[in-house]
Ligand binder design. Sequence first.
Ligand SMILES: NC(=O)c1ccc[n+]([C@@H]2O[C@H](COP(=O)([O-])OP(=O)(O)OC[C@H]3O[C@@H](n4cnc5c(N)ncnc54)[C@H](OP(=O)(O)O)[C@@H]3O)[C@@H](O)[C@H]2O)c1
Length: 309
Amino acid sequence: MSVPDISTREIVMRVFVTGASGWIGSAAVDELIAAGHEVTGLARSSASAEALRAKGAHVLRGDLDDLDALRTGADAAAAVLHLANKHDFTDPAVSNSAERTAVQAFGAALAGSGRPFLLAAGVAGLTEGRPATEVDPSPFHGPDSPRGGAENLALEFVERGVHTVSLRFAPTVHGAGDHGFVAHLTAIARRKGVAGYPGDGTNRWSAVHRSDAARLVVASLAKAPAGTLVHAVAEEGVPTRTIAEAIGRAHDLPVRSIAREEVAGHFGWIGAFFGMDLSASSSRTRELLGWTPTGPTLVEDIDAGGYPG
Ligand SMILES: NC(=O)c1ccc[n+]([C@@H]2O[C@H](COP(=O)([O-])OP(=O)(O)OC[C@H]3O[C@@H](n4cnc5c(N)ncnc54)[C@H](OP(=O)(O)O)[C@@H]3O)[C@@H](O)[C@H]2O)c1
């Protein structure tokens, strides 16, 4: 009887994780540990360090701006999963610059090693008028572009022997306890006494449950070829009006259209995202990685009280 070959990446690995204490990162760490991987998480606070140790992960204390810490983490690992982000949405240049600098440091540390480098990305701005797919390249290059052009920068490292995989997450990675975009929209709705949607509310947001996103991270680490653009997307597009209606239902608030010219004033910084069509498909990802999302939908999570506001 012949023994089937296995890819070396199906063997357990030492994985260095930035953002390991975050919404996606903490779920990904759980999945990595459950799959037998040894995790070291970057932690900038005692609270984050303690939470990681409690899960059985190792801790490397440091900040995203501490490039020596990033290099130390990468040097000691067989793979890097980069999920940290400063998320300064009122001054995106701060987050974008830190993101680009961190990705540059990881690229230099991993060059020539063939080791996996998985980094977080998004689906915003990839296409107009149709859902983004895994073959749509990011149009963002350079430090002044969204996320500092980090996806394209990281993909350039493939030629230098880095096994880059971009994890493009839907704009809402949802679930109970989420403090991301939908939580922010809920807080705005409660504060303003109305669950608003932009214009006619037909622009759509893709969505994925956190548990499905975390399983996809582990599958990507094991199986995604270098240069793969992975779409962490379970629902291709939920109309923004449907999202507002669910928030209104959950909080007993009226639901109404916000005129396009009032979107920025009403929603603040998140208006730029809520006004966009952020639909995306994941059919190639599902086929390539054998990934099938099974978690609740976004509306099911909102209806279940996952967004107390
Ligand atoms: N959640 C979504 O819906 C979504 C959608 C699309 C893309 N993404 C991307 O996916 C990635 C993970 O998102 P998330 O929702 O898990 O984010 P999150 O919950 O806000 O977590 C951010 C993580 O980054 C860490 N961090 C922030 N500033 C840092 C700094 N200066 N030094 C070191 N660590 C720092 C945080 O550490 P502390 O615990 O110490 O604060 C935390 O672990 C991000 O790149 C995000 O932009 C997320």
